[in-house]
Design a binder for this molecule. Sequence first.
Ligand SMILES: Cc1cc2nc3c(=O)[nH]c(=O)nc-3n(C[C@H](O)[C@H](O)[C@H](O)COP(=O)(O)OP(=O)(O)OC[C@H]3O[C@@H](n4cnc5c(N)ncnc54)[C@H](O)[C@@H]3O)c2cc1C
Length: 249
Amino acid sequence: MALLAADPGARALAGGQTLINAMKARAGSPDALIDLGAIDELKGIELGTDGMLEIGAMTTYSELMASSEARARPILGEVCAQIADVQVRNRGTIGGNVCTNDPTNHLPPLLAAIAAEFVIRGREDSRTVSAADFFLGVYLTAVGPGEVLTTVRVPPGRRDGFAAVTLGVDGTCIVSAAASLNGHVRVALGCVDAVPVVLEPAADDDESVRGAVRGATFDPPSDVHASSAYRRHLAEVLAVRAVSAAGRR
Ligand SMILES: Cc1cc2nc3c(=O)[nH]c(=O)nc-3n(C[C@H](O)[C@H](O)[C@H](O)COP(=O)(O)OP(=O)(O)OC[C@H]3O[C@@H](n4cnc5c(N)ncnc54)[C@H](O)[C@@H]3O)c2cc1C
Protein backbone atom coordinates (compact mmCIF):
# COMPACT_ATOMS: atom_id res chain seq x y z
CA MET A 1 0.00 0.00 0.00
CA ALA A 2 2.89 2.35 0.81
CA LEU A 3 4.56 1.65 -2.53
CA LEU A 4 1.33 2.33 -4.45
CA ALA A 5 0.68 5.52 -2.50
CA ALA A 6 4.25 6.77 -2.95
CA ASP A 7 4.00 6.99 -6.74
CA PRO A 8 0.78 8.12 -8.49
CA GLY A 9 2.16 6.56 -11.70
CA ALA A 10 2.49 3.10 -10.11
CA ARG A 11 0.09 0.28 -11.00
CA ALA A 12 -0.75 -2.97 -9.28
CA LEU A 13 0.30 -6.04 -11.29
CA ALA A 14 -1.89 -9.16 -10.96
CA GLY A 15 -1.77 -11.84 -13.68
CA GLY A 16 -0.49 -9.37 -16.27
CA GLN A 17 -2.82 -10.79 -18.95
CA THR A 18 -4.23 -7.33 -19.71
CA LEU A 19 -1.68 -4.95 -18.21
CA ILE A 20 1.44 -6.43 -19.83
CA ASN A 21 -0.33 -6.59 -23.20
CA ALA A 22 -1.37 -2.92 -22.81
CA MET A 23 2.27 -2.06 -22.08
CA LYS A 24 3.52 -4.09 -25.06
CA ALA A 25 1.07 -2.18 -27.28
CA ARG A 26 2.34 1.09 -25.74
CA ALA A 27 -1.22 1.83 -24.60
CA GLY A 28 0.09 2.20 -21.05
CA SER A 29 3.45 2.86 -19.43
CA PRO A 30 3.21 2.81 -15.63
CA ASP A 31 6.13 4.38 -13.74
CA ALA A 32 6.32 1.30 -11.52
CA LEU A 33 4.63 -2.10 -11.28
CA ILE A 34 3.77 -3.29 -7.79
CA ASP A 35 3.52 -7.08 -8.07
CA LEU A 36 0.70 -8.43 -5.86
CA GLY A 37 1.78 -12.03 -6.53
CA ALA A 38 3.55 -12.71 -3.23
CA ILE A 39 0.83 -11.33 -0.94
CA ASP A 40 -0.79 -14.36 0.69
CA GLU A 41 -3.71 -12.29 2.09
CA LEU A 42 -4.92 -11.71 -1.49
CA LYS A 43 -5.08 -15.44 -2.31
CA GLY A 44 -7.41 -18.28 -1.49
CA ILE A 45 -11.09 -19.15 -1.45
CA GLU A 46 -12.91 -19.59 1.84
CA LEU A 47 -16.49 -20.18 2.92
CA GLY A 48 -17.27 -17.60 5.60
CA THR A 49 -19.36 -18.42 8.67
CA ASP A 50 -22.20 -16.39 7.10
CA GLY A 51 -22.11 -18.73 4.06
CA MET A 52 -20.50 -16.11 1.79
CA LEU A 53 -17.64 -17.21 -0.47
CA GLU A 54 -14.60 -15.02 0.20
CA ILE A 55 -12.39 -15.05 -2.90
CA GLY A 56 -9.00 -13.39 -2.70
CA ALA A 57 -8.44 -10.93 -5.56
CA MET A 58 -5.30 -12.82 -6.70
CA THR A 59 -7.19 -16.10 -7.15
CA THR A 60 -6.70 -17.35 -10.71
CA TYR A 61 -9.44 -18.68 -12.97
CA SER A 62 -7.83 -22.15 -12.81
CA GLU A 63 -7.88 -22.07 -9.00
CA LEU A 64 -11.57 -21.13 -9.05
CA MET A 65 -12.30 -24.00 -11.43
CA ALA A 66 -10.50 -26.50 -9.16
CA SER A 67 -11.77 -25.24 -5.79
CA SER A 68 -14.20 -27.36 -3.79
CA GLU A 69 -15.23 -24.28 -1.77
CA ALA A 70 -16.16 -22.46 -4.99
CA ARG A 71 -18.77 -25.17 -5.65
CA ALA A 72 -20.96 -23.15 -3.28
CA ARG A 73 -21.51 -21.06 -6.45
CA PRO A 74 -20.79 -23.50 -9.31
CA ILE A 75 -21.31 -20.94 -12.09
CA LEU A 76 -18.03 -19.23 -11.10
CA GLY A 77 -15.83 -22.17 -12.12
CA GLU A 78 -18.01 -22.92 -15.14
CA VAL A 79 -17.61 -19.42 -16.58
CA CYS A 80 -13.90 -19.23 -15.72
CA ALA A 81 -13.47 -22.42 -17.80
CA GLN A 82 -14.77 -20.48 -20.83
CA ILE A 83 -12.19 -17.68 -20.57
CA ALA A 84 -9.56 -17.72 -23.33
CA ASP A 85 -6.98 -20.54 -23.09
CA VAL A 86 -5.17 -22.47 -20.39
CA GLN A 87 -2.28 -20.02 -20.21
CA VAL A 88 -4.62 -17.08 -19.60
CA ARG A 89 -6.63 -19.12 -17.09
CA ASN A 90 -3.49 -20.07 -15.16
CA ARG A 91 -2.32 -16.44 -14.86
CA GLY A 92 -5.47 -14.28 -15.01
CA THR A 93 -7.10 -13.38 -11.68
CA ILE A 94 -10.63 -12.56 -10.59
CA GLY A 95 -9.35 -9.25 -9.22
CA GLY A 96 -7.58 -8.30 -12.44
CA ASN A 97 -10.60 -9.27 -14.51
CA VAL A 98 -12.99 -6.98 -12.64
CA CYS A 99 -10.48 -4.16 -12.05
CA THR A 100 -9.90 -4.01 -15.82
CA ASN A 101 -13.68 -3.73 -16.38
CA ASP A 102 -13.27 -4.38 -20.08
CA PRO A 103 -16.92 -4.63 -21.22
CA THR A 104 -16.05 -7.82 -23.16
CA ASN A 105 -14.72 -9.62 -20.06
CA HIS A 106 -16.73 -12.55 -18.75
CA LEU A 107 -16.73 -11.78 -15.02
CA PRO A 108 -18.25 -8.27 -14.66
CA PRO A 109 -21.76 -9.30 -15.83
CA LEU A 110 -21.54 -12.63 -14.00
CA LEU A 111 -20.59 -11.02 -10.69
CA ALA A 112 -23.26 -8.33 -11.15
CA ALA A 113 -25.94 -11.01 -11.72
CA ILE A 114 -24.99 -13.04 -8.66
CA ALA A 115 -24.87 -9.98 -6.36
CA ALA A 116 -21.16 -10.12 -5.54
CA GLU A 117 -19.60 -7.59 -3.17
CA PHE A 118 -16.16 -6.05 -3.61
CA VAL A 119 -13.81 -5.23 -0.73
CA ILE A 120 -11.52 -2.32 -1.54
CA ARG A 121 -8.62 -1.40 0.72
CA GLY A 122 -7.00 2.00 0.94
CA ARG A 123 -4.11 3.00 3.20
CA GLU A 124 -6.36 3.95 6.09
CA ASP A 125 -9.36 1.66 5.88
CA SER A 126 -11.39 -0.67 3.70
CA ARG A 127 -14.92 -0.51 2.31
CA THR A 128 -17.30 -2.97 0.67
CA VAL A 129 -19.29 -1.96 -2.41
CA SER A 130 -21.94 -3.64 -4.56
CA ALA A 131 -21.48 -4.33 -8.27
CA ALA A 132 -23.64 -1.27 -9.04
CA ASP A 133 -21.13 0.91 -7.20
CA PHE A 134 -18.01 -1.00 -8.34
CA PHE A 135 -18.29 -0.89 -12.15
CA LEU A 136 -18.23 2.79 -13.11
CA GLY A 137 -17.27 2.90 -16.81
CA VAL A 138 -15.11 1.31 -19.49
CA TYR A 139 -11.81 0.40 -17.73
CA LEU A 140 -13.06 2.37 -14.71
CA THR A 141 -14.03 0.99 -11.29
CA ALA A 142 -14.44 2.18 -7.72
CA VAL A 143 -10.82 1.18 -6.99
CA GLY A 144 -9.10 4.55 -6.74
CA PRO A 145 -5.42 5.51 -6.96
CA GLY A 146 -3.41 3.91 -4.17
CA GLU A 147 -6.14 1.34 -3.46
CA VAL A 148 -6.39 -2.39 -4.10
CA LEU A 149 -9.28 -4.78 -4.44
CA THR A 150 -8.62 -7.43 -1.78
CA THR A 151 -11.64 -9.75 -1.86
CA VAL A 152 -14.70 -10.60 -3.90
CA ARG A 153 -17.59 -11.84 -1.70
CA VAL A 154 -20.21 -14.05 -3.35
CA PRO A 155 -23.40 -15.39 -1.76
CA PRO A 156 -24.02 -19.14 -2.21
CA GLY A 157 -26.50 -20.34 -4.85
CA ARG A 158 -26.91 -22.85 -7.67
CA ARG A 159 -29.64 -21.59 -10.00
CA ASP A 160 -27.43 -19.53 -12.30
CA GLY A 161 -26.84 -19.48 -16.05
CA PHE A 162 -24.47 -17.84 -18.52
CA ALA A 163 -24.70 -17.50 -22.29
CA ALA A 164 -22.48 -15.68 -24.75
CA VAL A 165 -21.74 -15.31 -28.44
CA THR A 166 -17.97 -15.20 -28.76
CA LEU A 167 -15.33 -14.67 -31.42
CA GLY A 168 -14.51 -18.33 -32.04
CA VAL A 169 -14.25 -21.05 -29.40
CA ASP A 170 -13.28 -19.62 -25.97
CA GLY A 171 -12.95 -16.21 -27.63
CA THR A 172 -13.80 -12.71 -26.53
CA CYS A 173 -17.51 -12.06 -25.96
CA ILE A 174 -19.51 -10.11 -28.57
CA VAL A 175 -22.46 -10.10 -26.16
CA SER A 176 -22.87 -12.03 -22.92
CA ALA A 177 -25.67 -12.55 -20.40
CA ALA A 178 -25.63 -13.95 -16.89
CA ALA A 179 -28.75 -14.89 -14.94
CA SER A 180 -29.52 -15.75 -11.35
CA LEU A 181 -32.81 -17.26 -10.19
CA ASN A 182 -31.88 -17.53 -6.51
CA GLY A 183 -34.78 -15.83 -4.76
CA HIS A 184 -35.74 -13.53 -7.62
CA VAL A 185 -34.81 -13.12 -11.28
CA ARG A 186 -31.73 -11.02 -12.03
CA VAL A 187 -30.03 -10.77 -15.43
CA ALA A 188 -26.84 -8.86 -16.29
CA LEU A 189 -25.87 -8.11 -19.89
CA GLY A 190 -22.23 -7.68 -20.96
CA CYS A 191 -20.70 -5.91 -24.01
CA VAL A 192 -23.77 -3.74 -24.62
CA ASP A 193 -22.78 -0.71 -22.54
CA ALA A 194 -19.89 0.66 -20.51
CA VAL A 195 -20.88 -1.34 -17.43
CA PRO A 196 -22.96 -4.50 -16.95
CA VAL A 197 -26.65 -3.74 -17.55
CA VAL A 198 -28.62 -5.28 -14.67
CA LEU A 199 -32.29 -6.15 -15.19
CA GLU A 200 -34.85 -7.62 -12.84
CA PRO A 201 -37.61 -9.20 -14.97
CA ALA A 202 -40.89 -9.81 -13.14
CA ALA A 203 -40.74 -13.54 -13.97
CA ASP A 204 -38.43 -16.08 -15.61
CA ASP A 205 -40.58 -16.87 -18.67
CA ASP A 206 -39.22 -15.93 -22.11
CA GLU A 207 -41.64 -13.03 -22.69
CA SER A 208 -40.90 -11.40 -19.32
CA VAL A 209 -37.16 -11.66 -19.94
CA ARG A 210 -37.39 -10.36 -23.51
CA GLY A 211 -39.66 -7.54 -22.34
CA ALA A 212 -37.17 -6.51 -19.64
CA VAL A 213 -34.34 -6.34 -22.21
CA ARG A 214 -36.49 -4.38 -24.69
CA GLY A 215 -37.49 -1.92 -21.97
CA ALA A 216 -33.94 -1.32 -20.71
CA THR A 217 -31.87 1.72 -21.60
CA PHE A 218 -28.45 0.81 -22.99
CA ASP A 219 -26.33 1.82 -25.94
CA PRO A 220 -24.49 -1.09 -27.59
CA PRO A 221 -21.39 -0.15 -29.60
CA SER A 222 -20.98 -0.92 -33.32
CA ASP A 223 -17.64 -2.39 -34.40
CA VAL A 224 -16.15 -4.82 -36.92
CA HIS A 225 -17.65 -7.77 -35.04
CA ALA A 226 -21.26 -6.64 -34.68
CA SER A 227 -23.52 -3.69 -35.32
CA SER A 228 -25.31 -2.00 -32.45
CA ALA A 229 -28.65 -3.41 -33.68
CA TYR A 230 -27.27 -6.96 -33.83
CA ARG A 231 -25.86 -6.63 -30.29
CA ARG A 232 -29.30 -5.46 -29.11
CA HIS A 233 -30.86 -8.52 -30.78
CA LEU A 234 -28.27 -10.83 -29.19
CA ALA A 235 -28.92 -9.30 -25.77
CA GLU A 236 -32.52 -10.52 -25.92
CA VAL A 237 -31.64 -13.98 -27.20
CA LEU A 238 -28.80 -14.51 -24.72
CA ALA A 239 -30.78 -13.20 -21.73
CA VAL A 240 -33.44 -15.84 -22.47
CA ARG A 241 -30.76 -18.55 -22.86
CA ALA A 242 -29.06 -17.60 -19.59
CA VAL A 243 -32.34 -17.61 -17.66
CA SER A 244 -33.34 -20.90 -19.23
CA ALA A 245 -29.95 -22.44 -18.27
CA ALA A 246 -30.42 -21.19 -14.70
CA GLY A 247 -33.91 -22.69 -14.61
CA ARG A 248 -32.57 -26.16 -15.46
CA ARG A 249 -30.31 -26.21 -12.33
C1 LIG B 1 -5.28 -13.84 -25.35
C2 LIG B 1 -6.19 -13.32 -24.28
C3 LIG B 1 -7.55 -13.57 -24.36
C4 LIG B 1 -8.39 -13.12 -23.35
N1 LIG B 1 -9.73 -13.40 -23.43
C5 LIG B 1 -10.55 -13.08 -22.40
C6 LIG B 1 -11.92 -13.45 -22.40
O1 LIG B 1 -12.44 -14.05 -23.33
N2 LIG B 1 -12.69 -13.10 -21.33
C7 LIG B 1 -12.18 -12.43 -20.24
O2 LIG B 1 -12.90 -12.17 -19.30
N3 LIG B 1 -10.88 -12.05 -20.23
C8 LIG B 1 -10.07 -12.35 -21.27
N4 LIG B 1 -8.75 -11.96 -21.25
C9 LIG B 1 -8.29 -11.04 -20.20
C10 LIG B 1 -7.83 -11.83 -19.00
O3 LIG B 1 -8.95 -12.45 -18.40
C11 LIG B 1 -7.10 -10.99 -17.96
O4 LIG B 1 -6.56 -11.92 -17.07
C12 LIG B 1 -7.89 -10.02 -17.12
O5 LIG B 1 -8.59 -9.08 -17.91
C13 LIG B 1 -6.95 -9.23 -16.20
O6 LIG B 1 -6.54 -10.03 -15.11
P1 LIG B 1 -5.03 -10.07 -14.67
O7 LIG B 1 -5.00 -10.83 -13.38
O8 LIG B 1 -4.22 -10.64 -15.76
O9 LIG B 1 -4.72 -8.53 -14.36
P2 LIG B 1 -3.54 -7.55 -14.83
O10 LIG B 1 -3.41 -7.57 -16.29
O11 LIG B 1 -2.32 -7.80 -14.02
O12 LIG B 1 -4.17 -6.15 -14.33
C14 LIG B 1 -5.25 -5.56 -15.03
C15 LIG B 1 -5.58 -4.20 -14.39
O13 LIG B 1 -6.19 -4.39 -13.11
C16 LIG B 1 -5.41 -3.77 -12.08
N5 LIG B 1 -5.47 -4.70 -10.95
C17 LIG B 1 -5.29 -6.03 -10.99
N6 LIG B 1 -5.52 -6.57 -9.79
C18 LIG B 1 -5.83 -5.56 -8.96
C19 LIG B 1 -6.19 -5.49 -7.57
N7 LIG B 1 -6.28 -6.57 -6.79
N8 LIG B 1 -6.47 -4.27 -7.04
C20 LIG B 1 -6.39 -3.16 -7.83
N9 LIG B 1 -6.08 -3.15 -9.14
C21 LIG B 1 -5.80 -4.36 -9.70
C22 LIG B 1 -4.03 -3.58 -12.67
O14 LIG B 1 -3.36 -2.48 -12.08
C23 LIG B 1 -4.35 -3.33 -14.14
O15 LIG B 1 -4.72 -1.98 -14.32
C24 LIG B 1 -7.87 -12.39 -22.24
C25 LIG B 1 -6.49 -12.13 -22.17
C26 LIG B 1 -5.66 -12.59 -23.19
C27 LIG B 1 -4.18 -12.32 -23.06
